[in-house]
Design a protein around this ligand. Structure first.
Ligand code: FPP
Length: 270
């Protein structure tokens, strides 16, 4: 993926906006948006409990929030958006909730295909697919293939994903390329980056976590080394477009130093 930003967007590409969104858009510098945004969509269960609804109602409403975030990011020409939908640890939840989440994912893929195509989005899945039901694997493969020729934003949905599992998988992939012989050179950071699930994506510049928890929860452990972290108390189903724009504004207020004293010229210009 090219390191330069492709083309800039006009605020009207978002379509009709509320007064609050218009105010936020006016302040936002559309030439300095993050290239890659990663999101930990937390708080669906609490959202539902507050309304005396079953937890799964929160997940269902959460897909509506995801749709708005996906379309907004695509229209703002963000290069990559990565959503954490199901972690390797989530298998510890009650069986009925797991079944609901897996079913919701299948429904989601089918239902959102027109939106993805309309917005020129490439869909991918990050994680260990072989541990998912065969029918789900087939659907994720087909959806990936159906959007592979698009040229816009890369939407990655992390399903049966774990950050440590990803690093272990990358190590094993590297060993496989070396045919079991002892490697002549040590494994480098570049080698590892090239074998992660996110191999051709830039590292996230911004990690958003909803519902207030100050945790990474085994998400993109390697890739978020220099990401700006935005944690909001807002529960995921309530994370609307104005909240997303707020997080982008907050990101633009940060000074990114990458361990140096002042920001590198290339980053400052973006
Ligand atoms: C965390 O809320 C959320 C999840 C484990 C699932 C996220 C899934 C969705 C938003 C629906 C699927 C979305 C896509 C894009 C396919 P939680 O249940 O941990 O909430 P809690 O912390 O309040 O209990």
């Amino acid at each position: 993926m090219s390191p330069s930003r492709h083309h800039l967007v006009a605020p009207e590409t978002l379509g009709p906006v509320t007064a609050e969104e218009a105010r936020l858009l006016e302040t936002l510098d559309l030439s300095r948006l993050p290239r890659h945004i990663a999101v930990i969509m937390d708080g669906n269960g609490r959202w539902a409990q507050k309304r005396h609804l079953p937890r799964v109602a929160g997940h269902r409403y959460g897909t509506r929030t995801a749709r708005v975030a996906i379309e907004t990011c695509a229209r703002l020409n963000i290069e990559a958006l990565t959503l954490y939908a199901f972690s390797v640890e989530n298998w510890r939840r009650p069986k009925t909730e797991i079944e609901f989440l897996v079913q919701l994912l299948r429904e989601y893929i089918r239902k959102e295909m027109p939106l993805l195509q309309r917005n020129n989005i490439r869909l991918r899945f990050l994680g260990r697919p072989d541990e998912l039901p065969e029918a789900v694997q087939r659907e994720t493969r087909e959806a990936t293939a159906a959007t592979a020729k698009n040229t816009g934003m890369v939407l990655s949905i992390a399903v049966n994903y774990g950050g440590r599992a990803e690093i272990v998988d990358a190590m094993n992939a590297i060993l496989a390329t070396r045919n079991g012989h002892p490697p002549p050179n040590a494994i480098t950071e570049d080698d590892l980056s090239r074998h992660l699930y996110t191999a051709d994506l830039p590292d996230p510049d911004l990690l958003i976590r909803t519902s207030g928890e100050m945790r990474i929860s085994n998400f993109l452990l390697w890739q978020i080394a220099y990401a700006e972290i935005f944690v909001t108390e807002t529960l995921w189903p309530d994370f609307n477009r104005a909240c997303l724009l707020e997080s982008l504004l907050d990101y633009q207020k940060r000074e990114r130093r990458y361990g140096a004293i002042s920001p590198p010229a290339a980053t400052a210009a973006r």
